[in-house]
Design a protein around this ligand. Structure first.
Ligand code: 1PW
Length: 211
């Protein structure tokens, strides 16, 4: 199989994501997303349409990280503090900071919940489970509510083209099905912890509804 996607890389980046005091390093958070994008791109052209938006969000975050205020973007926690203290976050549609780090990361954060649900149902699936159904159930439960009808339609169309469970396990490039399941068992709690820490931080700072 062409491409260099490997489920182990995803596990490794999410492992590096948390500091000792449970802060989330933005560098590794977006590295995890880069891995997932390369995975989505290997799933065909409908998925590269979906991954384009994730790529543009990753790029916005990288620009902050490499910019003059980059040091403030070391962790999600330091970013939130910096952007709020300096009034760099729009709380309404017509502000002057439409692409803050906080609102950009919120989009990735919501999508991460989809991924978490989807990987969890893959992990516990059986031979006759359908990837397309698992994927759209995870989507309906998480990300769909934030998407327009147009995007929902495009996403659901893409799901229908997903390879079957066997091929899907193959694309994850992590050995036998048993090994993939074991690795998913390692990946999902890591993703879930990163997601929960972000969720709590955003809730505390009333950032969960940023336009
Ligand atoms: C099989 C692997 C699945 C991985 C799922 C993660 C990818 C999720 C990306 C969905 C993107 C759909 C098209 C873009 C929608 C944007 O409008 C939306 N972006 C996201 C990431 O949800 C909201 O961003 P916006 O328009 O407020 O800047």
């Amino acid at each position: 199989m062409a491409g260099s996607f490997n489920l182990q890389n995803v596990v490794d980046t999410y492992k590096s994501c948390l500091s000792e005091n449970k802060e989330i390093y933005i560098k590794y958070y977006i590295a995890g997303w880069r891995e997932l994008v390369s995975f989505m791109n290997s799933l065909g052209s409908l998925f590269s349409f979906i991954s384009k938006d994730a790529v543009s969000k990753i790029q916005i975050m990288e620009t902050f990280l490499m910019g003059e205020n980059g040091a403030h973007y070391l962790t999600v926690q330091s970013m939130v503090k910096f952007e709020l203290n300096n009034k760099l976050v729009d709380f309404t549609q017509s502000g002057s900071h439409p692409e803050s780090g906080c609102r950009t990361l919120l989009r990735l954060h919501r999508a991460l919940r989809w991924l978490q649900l989807f990987l969890e149902s893959l992990r516990t699936s059986t031979e006759d489970s359908k990837t397309s159904i698992m994927c759209s159930e995870a989507y309906n439960e998480s990300l769909a509510q934030y998407h327009s009808w147009f995007i929902q339609t495009a996403a659901r169309l893409a799901f229908r083209t997903l390879p079957g469970r066997d091929a899907f396990f193959e694309v994850m490039n992590a050995g036998s099905q048993q090994q993939v399941v074991a690795m998913l068992g390692e990946a999902t709690p890591l993703i879930s912890e990163v997601h929960q820490i972000t969720e709590d931080l955003y809730a505390k700072n009333k950032l969960l509804e940023l336009p």
